[in-house]
Write a protein that binds this ligand. Structure first.
Ligand code: SAJ
Length: 410
């Protein structure tokens, strides 16, 4: 059996590597030539724990080859991006193009799987008709399933292997075929259902998280107004056995939580009020943080932002709320940014903080724990810290001479 994976990004590449390291011949298709060249040398294109080692082995053994064109296979897995346009409508053009590529090579007995996050019913209304233009019939001549990914950056390989999976089949036979395929490396439970349930289930998982983060952010703003500490409120509320509060922060980033809710919202006329509201609350957090900076430094000044990635310990900038925060602050401040995970911002922290007025912790990268805060304090002109992630121990920093302000704390 040969498996072709279309799209070798954060999901496609680890998936391709998992099959290849379980003895399956894999062809990866990636339109960007420089990415293909790098992968064919066995070099990973992003930081992701065990991925680099497994990729090198798979390439060295000849089990994984990447190309800019699609090669014939028995199974096609589509894992291309599904972004949103400026107007928040779903951009499914990459899935459409990938499906057309597969249709051109489709043969009897083939299995086609969509892993990309998509709008409800898209597998049935767009993918299936495009594939059937081959003259073959879904569920009879070829098999079709929607198998959304559920992995978390930073532990993708572990989660690919151990998380439970939901598989939506066009029909029972399609679901069974897809289940047999994933069983090659998935140790978690695999649950079978129909296409629409699986599509909405994937969106629901990220919406659940987005809505809960919005609740935490709403509370952060409320606690500031009422003069309370949101971090303590969340900590103690979570001592209740049925409460699982998420954490506030400077906004929600990444290619999933900040994007997926719109895929559902655009399909439900006037409904999804809570989901839309949550999205809007999370989107306004950079503005809320910027307003706090303006209160701390009413005269303007120099601000150093620590962390620009969309979350801790990743090198991924997609939809990062810190990018919005930077743009906002640049209107009134000189802004400097340090993020050791992002090459363009991998600056010397001690040089960068010289003569500045505020250090703003935007992302809780572990590496920031290694910084010598006493040295940083000595170099700053005004010793202000704004911590948006409850990363620092205020008492320790205050003992060094900092004035510490936290998101969600008056
Ligand atoms: N965040 C908060 N507060 C929290 C948790 C997260 O502000 O309590 C922020 C993060 O800082 C980040 C954003 O939310 O900006 C998203 O981070 P994340 O860690 O929640 O999620 P992702 O985008 O890395 O991965 C999510 C995961 N979905 C769920 O946990 C339901 C992952 O399992 C999915 O596979 C992934 O989306 C995806 O690809 O859909």
């Amino acid at each position: 059996m040969i498996v072709s994976v279309l799209g070798l990004g954060y999901i496609g590449l680890p998936t391709a590597v998992m099959f290849a390291s379980h003895g399956i011949q894999v062809y990866g298709m990636e339109p960007k030539e420089e990415i293909c060249n790098k992968l064919n040398l066995g070099e990973a294109t992003f930081e992701e724990g065990a991925l680099a080692g497994l990729l090198k082995q798979a390439v060295n053994k000849g089990m994984l080859r990447c190309d800019t064109v699609l090669k014939p296979a028995d199974v096609y897995i589509i894992a291309v991006p599904t972004p949103i346009y400026e107007n928040k409508r779903a951009d499914v053009s990459y899935v459409e193009q990938a499906t057309k590529n597969v249709a051109s090579l489709l043969k009897k007995g083939h299995l086609v799987i969509i892993e990309s996050t998509i709008s409800p019913r898209l597998t049935e209304t767009m993918v299936k008709p495009l594939l059937e233009m081959s003259g073959l019939k879904a569920g009879e001549d070829f098999f079709l399933a929607y198998c959304p990914e559920r992995v978390m950056m930073g532990s993708i390989i572990y989660e690919l292997e151990n998380n439970a999976r939901i598989i939506g089949g066009y029909n029972e036979a399609s679901a069974q075929k897809a289940q047999a395929l994933y069983k090659i490396f998935v140790k978690g439970e695999i649950y079978l259902t129909d296409l629409l349930t699986a599509e909405i289930c994937k969106l629901t998982e990220n919406i659940y998280r987005d809505v809960n983060i919005a609740l935490a952010n709403d509370l952060a703003m409320i606690c500031e107004e009422l003069g309370c500490n949101v971090w303590k409120v969340v900590e103690f509320a979570n001592k209740h056995p049925r409460v699982h509060m998420h954490l506030p922060g400077p906004g929600v980033g990444g290619h999933c939580l900040a994007v997926d809710p719109w895929y559902l919202i655009e399909h439900v006329d006037g409904n999804a009020k809570l989901i839309r509201n949550a999205r809007e609350i999370n989107d306004q957090m950079p503005q809320f943080v910027a307003d706090k900076v303006r209160k701390i430094l009413p005269e303007g000044g120099k601000v150093v932002i620590l962390g620009v990635a969309f979350k801790a310990d990743v090198d991924d900038l997609r939809e990062s709320p810190i990018l919005h925060l930077i743009e906002n602050l640049k209107q009134d401040f000189e802004v400097r940014v340090v993020d050791p995970h992002i090459e363009a911002y991998n600056l010397d922290i001690y040089d960068t903080v010289k003569d500045t007025n505020l250090l703003l912790l935007g992302v809780n990268h572990s590496i920031f724990n290694t910084y010598d805060m006493e040295n940083i304090c000595a170099r700053m002109k005004q010793k202000n810290i704004l911590d948006t992630r409850n990363f620092y121990d205020s008492k320790k920093l205050e003992a060094l001479g900092f004035k510490v302000c936290k998101l969600g704390v008056k």
